[in-house]
Design a protein around this ligand. Structure first.
Ligand code: TXA
Ligand code: MG
Length: 348
């Protein structure tokens, strides 16, 4: 099966031809097909959250373990009345502040409107309202909630551009919307609101501090344990290129010694600003301009990992950023991608 590609850039949203494409997309989703759609975090693989067959297709195309629940995407808070318990005032405040945007809320599930495989048989559901103009317009046109995990093969880096979706899922899904690249590039913050204090189940661009500022109370950062995380997805290996990879803790410096075996080709992912410390023989991919351009690093990380994966390097080193609230999400993904392989400078 050939995967259909609809090109809808943000600036084309008002075009007459876009209206036709939107109708085709809606019809396909109504019939239980699954489609790659743009969001501001990463591209999602969307299907009707009420239709168990559509959800089955999502799990099958990604090769995703069935115990890992999907995030349900909406365009209006009113849609929540159909499938979540009445919202707590505090949740409502957070939604009003951060939506549409890169945060998902885990809420108590109500009724049986959603397919049980959407939520992996749990009694809670994660929901998000994306801000990407095209993603948002698709949700509005469709009218029903769309379940959408990241549109990558399970274990691979999430797709930040439609070309990544095609690389992973061509021939396995009905269609892909070719739109603008993701502006954040890291998956949403996942906040568990099923108990107090609320807990961050997956760090993202919206930080603990930002949430506490709005809530005026403490948010816990407890992500659960490695074996039993709050978000089941956090226990799986993620975001990884095929080669072994290690993070250079403290960042790439003039005296960093990158261990390389005889005959091995090394790849280095680091800010442009430290390029002068990259060994001459290495394949360099720039992650961002300056050493504290964390947002840019987040936006470029997955594309860099995918490029390394396709290259002929045998092992990869990646620049580590200093620990802070702003670097938490990007470092969380880097550590996951390396399987916690770290190199530290020799003290001598
Ligand atoms: O930015 C994003 O969140 C992207 C875009 C497409 O919206 N989606 C995304 O979905 O990253 P996915 O499936 O790759 O990650 C969803 C995470 C997983 O770790 C999953 O275990 C967790 O959210 N999750 C979903 N529903 C949950 C629930 N009811 N309870 C606990 N964790 C849940
Ligand atoms: Mg994912």
């Amino acid at each position: 099966m050939d995967t259909k590609i609809w090109e809808i850039r943000t600036e084309q949203l008002k075009d007459r031809t876009t209206e036709e494409k939107m109708k085709e997309i809606r019809t396909a989703l109504e019939y239980g097909e699954v489609i790659g759609i743009p969001t501001e975090t990463v591209y999602g693989l969307a299907g009707d959250a009420r239709n168990p067959e559509a959800i089955h297709k999502i799990f099958a195309a990604k090769n995703r373990p069935g115990d890992n629940p999907l995030i349900v995407h909406i365009y209006s808070m009113d849609q929540l009345e159909d499938f979540t318990e009445p919202l707590d005032m505090k949740v409502r405040t957070l939604m009003r502040h951060f939506w549409p945007g890169p945060i998902s809320f885990i809420l108590p599930l109500k009724g049986s409107m959603l397919a049980s495989n959407t939520v992996a048989e749990l009694d809670s559901v994660a929901v998000r309202m994306p801000s990407h103009p095209v993603g948002h317009a698709i949700l509005e046109k469709v009218g029903f909630p769309l379940a959408a995990p990241s549109a990558n093969l399970s274990g691979k880096p999430s797709p930040t551009d439609y070309s990544h979706v095609i690389d992973d899922l061509n021939g396995k899904v009905y269609g892909v919307v070719a739109s603008d690249p993701a502006t954040y590039g890291l998956e949403s913050t996942v906040l568990d609101c099923t108990q107090f204090p609320y807990r961050i189940a997956r760090p993202g661009s919206i930080t603990k501090g930002a949430l506490e500022n709005v809530l005026k109370e403490t948010v816990s950062k407890h992500e659960g344990s490695a074996e039993k995380p709050i978000a089941p997805g956090m226990k799986y290996k993620h975001y990884a290129p095929r080669q072994p990879m290690a993070v250079i803790e403290g960042g790439l410096r003039s005296n960093t010694h990158l261990r390389v075996e005889e005959g091995q080709k090394v790849g280095v992912i680091a800010p442009e600003a430290v390029r002068n410390h990259v060994p001459e023989h290495a394949y360099f991919i720039s992650l961002c301009s300056g050493e504290d351009d964390y947002r840019e690093a987040g936006r470029n990380l997955y594309a860099a990992l995918r490029k390394m994966d396709k290259s002929d390097v045998d092992l990869i080193y990646i620049h580590g950023f200093p620990k802070s609230e702003e670097t938490e999400a990007v470092m969380n993904r880097i550590y996951k991608a390396t399987g916690n392989e770290i190199i530290r400078e020799d003290p001598k």
